[in-house]
Design a protein around this ligand. Sequence first.
Ligand code: AIR
Length: 186
Amino acid sequence: MLDILTRGTEEPEGDSLPKPWVCIVMGSDSDAEVMSQVADALEELDVPYEMLVSSAHRSPERTRQVIQDGEKNGAAVFIAGAGAAAHLPGVVASFTTRPVIGVPLQGSPLFGLDSLFAIAQMPAGVPVATVAIGMAGARNAGILAAQILAVSDDALARRLQAMRQSMADAVEQKSKKVERSNRKGK
Ligand code: AIR
């Protein structure tokens, strides 16, 4: 078993079940900057996660082990990010029936379109929920994973509502700024 994925093996305190967590996998350390958006979103929502590197092509056996150990140890949702021939999310989905979210990354000469198509075009029977290319997609992957967990976690659902409210408040603030500067120009 990989050391990094042993959290579920700890004895839960009292009768409480171990908290479901999110397993984030990326194809290379060169994906880490964009994929850190996933971690930021999960931290804002107080959702536990683990983040690691495994390549569908360069380390297929490690990838299989990461997913199987993660599932055994309570990973409730998997998020996989990769660029170029981005087969990682699909391969992750082939090893688990838990929800898998794929993040297409844009580092390649094809600007992530290759990755988007590779992740979105899964064969019927093995779904991967695909988000937008790059930073926005990575943040949305974290929020979507939290939304999946919130189906059975009311406190998390309330934190998601608060996140939506703060976005709506920010839009109002931005509008006030634009309205003010427009008045000045008249
Ligand atoms: N990649 C790694 N193994 C398989 C794939 N498709 C992806 C990584 C990264 C890109 O190839 O997810 O986005 C380039 O990786 P590297 O390590 O060469 O920087």
